[in-house]
Design a protein around this ligand. Sequence first.
Ligand SMILES: [Zn+2]
Length: 416
Amino acid sequence: MGQGNKNSYRFEAEFIRILSIFETDFIAMAYRKRMNEIMENAQAAFDTASAAEAVDVVLRMAAGLGASDAHIDPRGDGVAIRYRIDGELELAGIMPRRLHEEAIARLKILSGARTDIHAIPQDGRFAVELSGEPYNIRVSFMPTYRGENAVVRLLPARAKAQDSFASLGFTPDQVSILDAALSAPNGLILVTGPTGSGKTTTLRVCLGLKAREPLAIMTLEDPVEYEVPGVRHVHIRHAHGVTFASGLRSALRQDPDVIMIGEIRDNETAKVVAHTALTGHLVMSTLHTTSAIEAIVRLSDMGLERYLLASTLRLVVSQRLVRKICGECGGGKSDRNLAPDTCRICRGVGFRGRSVISEILVVGPGLRELIGAGASPVVIEAAAKADGFRPMKEDAEEKVDWGVTTNEEIRAALYS
Ligand SMILES: [Zn+2]
């Protein structure tokens, strides 16, 4: 008993020290050197911690580092704790093997997953406050050869008030286009891109802007990720047989002005979305396509008649995320004093934060006619360019010229 208490006490002292660094000295914490120290402390904490304490450290460090995900991977030598920060995975420490099963069990209890099931994938969720900020946590469990693996996604529950189209990386011209499209009372606005391209964040900013107006705004999501004040968020449970299409039909009886649908992924949803947009509602959604023009092709392939598409589609934003060169050290490529390995902002990574690179297709009268007439993507793109459409590649190259990001980042984002 004495041993356990002593360890627990040592852990607590260490833990409070780590937390005090996070909470009172966040900037200094971010020095790579200091970071290593924290990692070592976390390592020391792991060595003596209980599983519940270790899980707590994993979550608090994730929040403190601004990580979007924490990966808990059992390996031969222990359990690797890795964080995804600005899209890249970083190893934070190795948790002793002895804590593995209990830490997974602790996460399962927190997230409402079954602790007696180990052989099949599970997922769960819970809400928690970390360093005074509320978070929604989603956990996915997967059996691996080395034991159960857990990936924890951290979603800040409070939308960042400072988020705007400009802060996400849209250029002033693009911001004007987006604002103009949002001022329309009806029609369809699409945000496209692969998973992890920031589509949800862009839509959240759209919703935040519309929420300033006296409108009834609803979302249908699976799951609800961020709450926007003044918006009715509805969790669509595909697992319970509710679909976006059936949810949307019910939502229309709620007298909405603006509706956001998580994703258009089937023919039925595409049709209900188009009819909703046609009947006086502003509808926003996402689609998995690589370019803005491709969205037209995809919706046609889903069985949406061209005339319907032509009369409802107003705007397609296609986007990716790239890492921004650290403003403090210049990513080690400038002649500034700070060498990247001592940078207190990026911890020597050379990048801090991310920016969108994007292309925005505005469907004006000319394009509407072409889309309705069933024109090919090549013809539509040529007409769009004549109307001022700038392909994503140009936006990306401009961001390299401005020193926002690097060619390597652009290549990774455009061709991955
Ligand atoms: Zn830096």
